[in-house]
Ligand binder design. Structure first.
Ligand SMILES: [Zn+2]
Length: 439
């Protein structure tokens, strides 16, 4: 038997535990988990001292393409992902124009197939105009889910009322992803604040009840319609506790920032570079998020990579746009948490590979097993580095983690047997394909 690629001597995180074994790849798929020593391959990677993880997925990014390629684009964003050890991204629909029609989905399918460095799924945005078509749109190739902005969006992408959300839930059958902050409460509370107040006001304005109320409303509609829902960027202790009562219909995402940064410190040191939605909150919520990592409440950890220019971020609060870069830094930051003893490497794989695959119905990814796509993230758990702005390839050019010391670093990104990144260098051509989902 001749292989296209063999990864030898790595500590592999298999679904049933960690094992030191040699993995063989043929035609982009995992062909063997126990390659004999004499087997030959076109390419062999010696992974001595490294851990071999199933390809890590960032299930929540905003690549600004089409619309703002000078901030981020699909080519630059997927390069950033590959440099950071991510093999697949799921991209949000609030671009300009937005991705809300069959026509735009077809455009994105073609564009992604020619320009992405890694595999790619994308959301279709729900609008009042396309609600009755969502059952068809969610079946199109590459679509990971319908995304509903129940709060905090602009233009036609917002559906903030119960009747509108229920109508979405009654068209189609796949899991629907929600930005769940309650728009009415956000607007009402906005009047209490004025331009130029400290950035820490962001979490006071968009308080716990904005998030919790939105999530309670969506869970009521999910129960009523028996449609599964995914609560994106869950940010409060209250929601995490509450969602435990909905495990039959709800899955849960938490962002790496909510597991890493704490208010008010983050606003004092980073100002607008800590402003995101839902906001980074105080230690009580940080502790609850880690408790929810430990007890299994959380299904997915993502970055919500949403770059803005430093110029835009320099505007006074709350005119500075909300959103941070993160797709290139999520894996190092999470590996550092593993080294700090906050979670195991197995739980990290659950949150960033098998978890996203389970939640979105992603086919043939999310585990190292025979026949699955040969997607791997190779990591050096001993490597020590410092995250710096000059490492960031997103054109916006900054990270809130600039200057952060990290132990644990991705050293290779392999997508269907193609080595896309090795030792900080992107190689080959944009071989990314559309991810496949259970209909
Ligand atoms: Zn987002």
């Amino acid at each position: 038997m001749r292989y296209d690629l063999i990864i030898r001597n790595g500590h592999c995180i298999l679904p049933w535990g960690e094992a030191k074994t040699d993995i063989g790849v043929i035609s982009g798929r995992i062909a063997s988990l126990n390659v004999p020593g004499h087997a030959e391959a076109a390419e062999t990677i010696d992974a001595t001292g490294l851990h071999v993880l199933p390809g890590l997925i960032d299930a929540h990014v905003h690549l600004r393409d089409p619309g703002k390629p000078e901030i981020e684009s699909i080519p630059t964003g997927t390069k950033a992902a590959a440099l950071g050890g991510v093999t697949t991204v799921f991209d949000m629909p609030n671009t300009n124009p937005s991705i809300t029609s069959a026509e735009m989905l077809r455009w994105k399918q073609e564009y992604v197939s020619a320009n992405s460095w890694i595999d790619f799924g994308f959301y279709v945005g729900a609008t009042r105009e396309n609600t009755t078509e969502l059952g068809t749109l969610e079946q199109m190739e590459g679509v990971c889910a319908v995304k509903v902005f129940a709060g905090s969006s602009t233009g036609d992408l917002m559906i903030e009322d119960d009747a509108g959300i229920e109508a979405v839930m009654r068209h189609g059958h796949r899991r629907v992803a929600f930005h769940s902050e309650d728009e009415y409460r956000l607007q009402e509370r906005r009047k209490q604040f004025h331009t130029g107040q400290p950035h820490d006001m962001h979490r006071i304005w968009r308080d716990e009840e904005c998030a919790f109320l939105g999530t309670r409303r969506i869970m009521a509609i999910a129960r009523k319609t028996r449609r599964p829902a995914h609560i994106l960027h869950t940010s409060t202790a209250e929601e995490l506790k509450y969602l435990q009562g909905f495990r039959d219909i709800a899955t849960v995402e938490v962002l790496v920032n909510h597991l890493t940064q704490v208010a008010p410190d983050c606003y004092e040191t980073l100002g607008a570079l800590a402003v995101m939605n839902p906001p980074i909150r105080d230690r009580r919520h940080f502790d609850a998020a880690w408790q929810a990592v430990a007890d299994g409440t959380i299904d997915v950890v993502s970055s919500d990579h949403a770059p803005h220019s430093l110029e835009a971020k320099a505007k006074p609060w709350p005119e500075c746009p909300a959103g941070l870069t993160g797709v290139q830094t999520i894996v190092p930051v999470m590996l550092n948490h593993v080294n700090a003893g906050r979670l195991s490497l197995g739980r990290l794989v659950d949150l960033m590979s098998s978890g996203p695959a389970r939640v979105y119905g992603l086919q043939a990814k999310g585990r190292i097993a025979a026949g699955y796509d040969a997607d791997f993230t190779l990591v050096d758990m001993k490597a020590r580095r410092t995250i710096t702005n000059d490492w960031i390839v997103t054109p916006a050019g900054w990270t809130p983690f600039d200057g952060t010391d990290i132990q644990g670093w991705p050293v290779a990104t392999i997508v269907r047997g193609n080595i896309v990144m090795r030792d900080d260098t992107i190689t080959g051509t944009p071989i990314g394909q559309l991810a496949c989902f259970t209909p």
